[in-house]
Every structure is written in structure tokens, then in C-alpha cells.
Design a protein around this ligand. Structure first.
Ligand code: JBZ
Length: 243
């Protein structure tokens, strides 16, 4: 997979790409990531990438020409690969979208800055608009890294573990069960006995129940989106009856 990122701060991607899963995936040739500085395509003497809004008002607007020039030079005309704009106006990113993007051979991400981008970039260049959440950020760079991380770890072989991402929170639609490692007791607080029992079927059942319980307590909205067995639904009803 190839990912091209267009940004006014392309250097912020490097440190993260030099660590963790992303670094290994790049080293193993599973993904190539290129970050491009939009300013390199600003042709005026001051390399201007923003301008005042038509109609007045505060703030600056990202100019259309440098973005078009950058994207067209790197991706070609017409651009063949999806170009995702990171914007608070986009649809919310989730694991389903991460799976969809991870199946692409080539993906491009445009990071907004300033108060906004010239609407013609949206209308004529961008194919998809994504937000990572309902909070205020300064630019699309951190959202782009978030999306990149979520996608790359889904590429087969990106995680060392052959079971890959299947147990992760949200992969099953449930939050994860509680984890413990040694020692078995710490300041009087014990690891649940079932995990020390070596009884694999019991452990699997306990974990599934804990995942359901935790999701019910913290993210009941997620439970409405997934299919549970009759037994699991009974377990939920029991939890609800207990109050
Ligand atoms: C995003 C000005 O550029 C921005 C500002 C906020 C912002 C993004 C880009 S992308 N928030 C999000 O994903 O929620």
C-alpha cells in the first residue's frame, strides 16, 4: 500500500513513522508513506499558501492553486486514488472505515490548516471527508496520523502476532476484557482466579462476559450494532436486572 500525505507541516509525520508498528510495516515493505509539503508548490515569491476570505470576516483560507498543483503532480491527472480531506465537517472515522481504507493499494490524505480550505478543493479534488472526533484541533496532521495508524495495523503482517488485530477493542464491536500479568497479587489486589486456572474454555467465557459487561457499562451504543448469541443476551439481561 502507498499513502501520500499533503500538509503544510510534513515534518511532523517523520518521528511517528520512525517508531512502533508503522516503522516495522515500512521496513517490511508493507506500506510506503510519503509526506509532501504543499508550500513547495506555492509559486509566488513568499510561497503563500493562505489568503483572506472573500466576503470578509476573520481567519485565513487555504489557497486552491498550491493544493491542486501538489496533488496533480504527485497523483497525476485525473487523480486515480482516493483523496481524503481531514476536516471536522467529515464523517466520523471508525473501525469499519479503517478496514475499507486498509484494502486500498493507494490512498492520499490532505491535511487542512488555517480556518478552512477554499471550497473548490472540496468540490473538485477531494473524494472523501473524514473527522476523528468532536473536538477542536489546529490542523489535520494529528487526525491524519490517527487514520494512518489505524489503517496500517490492519494490513496483513503489520502486527508481529499471527492473530493480528482480531482481539483489539472495536475489532469485535466490543471493548476489550481486562488484562493482567504477573505478579498474581499486588498490594492485596489479586488477579481473577479463573485466569490462573489454565482452564482455556473458562477463560474464554470469562473474557467474553467481561467484554460484554464493560461495553454495557461504558459504551452501550456499541452493543446495539453487533449480534450476540441468545446466551449472551441473557447474560446482559441478568446484568441489567441486577442494576
Ligand atoms: C479534524 C484547520 O484544519 C483542521 C482543523 C481541525 C480539524 C481538522 C483540520 S481535521 N479537526 C478532525 O478530524 O476532527
Amino acid at each position: 500500500m502507498r499513502v501520500d500525505i499533503f500538509s503544510l507541516f510534513p515534518q511532523v509525520f517523520n518521528p511517528y513513522m520512525e517508531v512502533s508498528i508503522l516503522q516495522r510495516a515500512i521496513q517490511n515493505g508493507l506500506v510506503e508513506v510519503y509526506s509532501h509539503n504543499i508550500r513547495d508548490w506555492a509559486i509566488d515569491r513568499h510561497h503563500t499558501t493562505d489568503d483572506v476570505p472573500y466576503g470578509g470576516g476573520g481567519g485565513m483560507v487555504m489557497k486552491v492553486e498550491p493544493v491542486f498543483a501538489a496533488v496533480e503532480e504527485i497523483l497525476g491527472i485525473p487523480t486515480k486514488c482516493p483523496l481524503i480531506l481531514m476536516t471536522p465537517q467529515g464523517r466520523l472515522f471508525n473501525q469499519k472505515t479503517a478496514y475499507e481504507f486498509s484494502n486500498l493499494d493507494h490512498l492520499a490524505i490532505l491535511c487542512g490548516r488555517y480556518e478552512g480550505i477554499d471550497e473548490r478543493i472540496r468540490e473538485n479534488l477531494v473524494t472523501d471527508e473524514i473527522s476523528v472526533g468532536d473536538y477542536v484541533l489546529t490542523g489535520g496532521e494529528l487526525p491524519a496520523l490517527t487514520v494512518l495508524d489505524a489503517i496500517v495495523r490492519l494490513i496483513p503482517g503489520a502486527l508481529g502476532d499471527p492473530d493480528g488485530a482480531q482481539d483489539d477493542s472495536h475489532a469485535s464491536g466490543l471493548l476489550e476484557y481486562p488484562h493482567y500479568t504477573r505478579p498474581p497479587e499486588f498490594r492485596g489486589s489479586r488477579v481473577p482466579e479463573v485466569l490462573l486456572s489454565g482452564h482455556h474454555a473458562e477463560i474464554a467465557r470469562w473474557r467474553r462476559e467481561q467484554a460484554i459487561k464493560r461495553t454495557l457499562e461504558r459504551r452501550p451504543d456499541l452493543l446495539r450494532k453487533i449480534e450476540l448469541s441468545d446466551k449472551e443476551n441473557k447474560y446482559i439481561n441478568n446484568l441489567l436486572d441486577e442494576g
